[in-house]
Design a protein around this ligand. Structure first.
Ligand code: CA
Length: 268
């Protein structure tokens, strides 16, 4: 019996569920996903999967795979990476926070045009804002408010920090959080704030998102821009912008209505 007890404990530990995401207990939370279910569910972008080779927390995470060369019928130059998906909110909101963990593999190479990030839009699908759209990994937010409905184009440079998706910030899990609030129609009082690893790097409280109904969805796009107008950027094997096999992974996504900091998944 003396040797049986440690064995039972070991089995119990191995089967234990991951600790709940601390952010998921915050007021207003209406969505939380830790990618532990064994099924992709709503996260069904092309070339997306669950992986246990990587994870921020628990046993698995979402994996977007960017093969160096598509083995399919696609021409090699159409190497735009994985697809996208949409998570519809159960109820539209005027204001919310989203926190997630994201890791780009250490060998990550950015598209010289842009690599799509997170976007949000109205319940009817009309896009409002790119949460992240890195031009070369500099962290520049582009295409921010110029989609439709007469909102002026605007970008949101890092105005509080110096984070870039390069160097030491590749190959590690990064905690991202954004706070978005629609403007009063006709007024420039919309809000876009963003934290990286808990540090405020963007703070804009004078945003005109236009005349909007509400926020109704978030979309994660995996597109690694390979096309520019009628001319591609030459990323076939042997060409200047060819990239290796690489991954973008996501874990612990939490959404909360209102202005409530979701914060880290685990106490530090
Ligand atoms: Ca997980």
């Amino acid at each position: 019996m003396k040797t049986g007890i440690p064995l039972l404990l070991a089995v119990a530990c191995a089967q234990a569920s991951p600790a709940p995401d601390a952010g998921a207990s915050k007021p207003g939370v209406f969505y939380s996903h830790g990618f532990e279910t064994g099924a992709l569910g709503d996260w069904n972008g092309r070339d997306w999967s669950l992986t246990s080779a990587e994870k921020f927390d628990g046993e698995a995470c979402l994996d977007l795979f960017y093969p160096a060369t598509y083995p399919s019928v696609k021409p090699p130059r159409d190497n735009g990476g994985p697809g996208y998906n949409v998570i519809n909110f159960p109820k539209p909101v005027q204001e919310f926070h989203m926190r997630w963990y994201e890791k780009f593999s250490s060998n990550w190479k950015w598209s010289p045009i842009a690599t799509k990030g997170w976007m949000v839009g109205e319940p009817d699908g009309n896009r409002i804002l790119y949460l992240k759209n890195d031009g070369g990994g500099a962290g520049a937010r582009k295409g921010a408010t110029n989609e439709t409905r007469e909102t002026p184009a605007r970008e949101f440079p890092d105005n509080r920090g110096s984070f870039v998706w390069q160097g030491k910030n590749l190959g590690r899990w990064i905690q991202c959080e954004v706070h978005l609030k629609l403007n009063t129609p006709g007024k420039t009082d919309g809000v876009y704030r963003e934290w990286i690893d808990g540090v405020l790097v963007r703070e804009y409280r004078d945003v005109n998102f236009g005349k909007r109904q509400a926020f109704g969805y978030v979309e994660l796009s995996g597109y690694w821009n390979a096309l520019e107008g009628h001319c591609n950027i030459k990323n076939a094997p042997g060409e200047p912008n060819h990239h290796p096999d690489m991954h973008r992974t996501v874990d612990n996504v939490v959404l909360a209505a209102g202005d409530v900091m979701i914060g880290p998944a685990r106490a530090k």
